[in-house]
Design a protein around this ligand. Structure first.
Ligand code: SAM
Length: 209
């Protein structure tokens, strides 16, 4: 499955420019709003899972985050980021891995995921993701996740997607009384693709406690 995923995303990135994909966003506005709402500490390690060519890494570096990891199953999206950042790219740790196979070598105070969790349509994969969150987060970490909303698209880039209300996403990520994860902020976004289609997103910031 991992090599199929990697091939699928490699093809997607090679068929279109980084600003021509449906999820392109010139500014990671919602990500930053939720990172700010959750009060992420720039002194703690941060990871963007399924980062692709997202500009979030640029913003985190500009904001003084000292330890930024960008992870993706395909190196092709990350290559755009390295090219864009030039010499500053050396300040990033780039990891090419399926997030479900990843064994991080340190823990993170900020975990960010825009439009990756919603591709996990298999319950066992979502459990694996939750297990990874458990092992990869520092005790007071902030988790920021954006997925398609309940009225969002049923597929993206030819792959089926799960769609979430804020409550369903919180439950799926394992938040709740006594669970160790608490929702601290939420948002709805109406993302516009480069060709003007609207894609509703559900965003959550969750604090580990
Ligand atoms: C819809 S794009 C979003 C990219 C980026 N987060 C953004 O907001 O611009 C999904 C990204 O996740 C990556 N991806 C998909 N499934 C993955 C997985 N299981 N593990 C790691 N990366 C994955 C893809 O290669 C792609 O770069």
């Amino acid at each position: 499955m991992t090599s199929e995923r990697a091939a699928h995303w490699r093809d997607t990135y090679t068929q279109r420019g980084d600003a021509e994909v449906s999820w392109f966003s010139i500014e990671p506005t919602c990500s930053i709003a939720l990172i700010d709402a959750g009060g992420a500490d720039p002194g703690r390690p941060a990871v963007d899972v399924g980062a692709g060519a997202s500009r979030l890494a640029d913003v985190l570096l500009e904001r003084g985050f000292v330890d930024v990891t960008v992870l993706d199953v395909s190196d092709d999206g990350l290559a755009h980021t390295r090219e864009r950042l030039g010499a500053d790219a050396s300040r990033l740790r780039c990891v090419v891995s399926d997030v479900l196979d990843w064994v991080p070598d340190h823990r993170f105070g900020l975990w960010h995921d825009r439009a990756v969790f919603h591709f996990l349509t298999d319950a066992a994969d979502r459990q694996r993701y939750r297990d990874l969150l458990d092992s990869a987060l520092t005790p007071d970490a902030l988790v920021v996740v954006g997925t398609f909303a309940a009225d969002g698209p049923e597929s993206c880039s030819g792959l089926p997607t799960a769609r979430y209300s804020p409550e369903a996403l919180a439950a799926e990520l394992g938040a709740g009384p006594g669970s160790g994860l608490r929702v601290v902020a939420q948002r709805r976004e109406e993302h516009r693709t480069p060709w003007g289609a609207v894609q509703p997103f559900t965003w959550l910031a969750l604090r580990r406690e």
